[in-house]
Write a protein that binds this ligand. Structure first.
Ligand code: ZN
Length: 197
């Protein structure tokens, strides 16, 4: 097997991707090496570049290559509202509705006690610090997913924000139970935003 070390290393590396087992990793590796060497090199360069240059926005925690992301830098955003979402994909879904003009905080995860993911792992303190530092903030909109973990996360944040002088709302239940925002159609999200409680 010594002469196949490179191939083995590639397959092991591909298995780091979520949902990719040995068979899928082998299929990807064989495809790249057999049919798309150019794509393989491009993928390697893109990965190396992104891993070296993408970091977290110092205000909202989303991915960005600068100190602040474009949304946080935009002077037209409404600083009275802060929307809390789980992932950059969920943030993008909210943005696509065009119905929200406020600020964001991206948790980059969700509370999941069964998997050992606690408040510290998803940067909740950073969220609370942000809320304290936004002088004009009046409302925090909890737009975590309508899954068990998303609901738990929203509940914990809502409890922690009691008595902090900001209104805390949750996206309305037009969004199907168990669904992730990223996959919900735009009209439904826009309605859930308007009907938030
Ligand atoms: Zn930002």
């Amino acid at each position: 097997m010594a002469d196949n070390h490179s191939l083995e290393l590639l397959i092991q590396s591909l298995r780091r991707l979520p949902g990719v087992g040995v068979k899928s990793a082998q299929r990807m590796a064989f495809h790249l090496l057999q049919h798309d060497r150019e794509g393989a090199v491009q993928l390697a360069r893109a990965l190396e570049h992104a891993a070296g240059s993408v970091k977290h926005c110092s205000l909202c925690h989303t991915f960005t290559e600068d100190e602040l992301c474009p949304t946080c830098r935009d002077p037209r955003r409404d600083h009275s509202q802060l929307c809390v979402v789980e992932t950059p994909a969920d943030q993008a879904a909210m943005e696509r509705t065009g119905a929200y003009k406020g600020l964001y905080f991206v948790l980059m995860g969700k509370l999941s006690p069964l998997d050992g993911v606690g408040p510290r792992d998803i940067g909740l303190q950073k969220l609370f610090d942000r809320i304290s530092s936004e002088a004009d903030l009046r409302e925090v909109i909890l737009a975590t997913n309508f899954t068990a973990e998303g609901e738990t996360t929203a509940h914990v944040i809502a409890q922690a924000l009691k008595g902090r002088g900001v209104q805390v709302t949750r996206l309305a239940r037009g969004v199907p139970v168990g669904s992730e925002l990223e996959y919900v159609d735009l009209g439904t999200i826009a309605h859930a935003l308007v009907d938030r409680r």
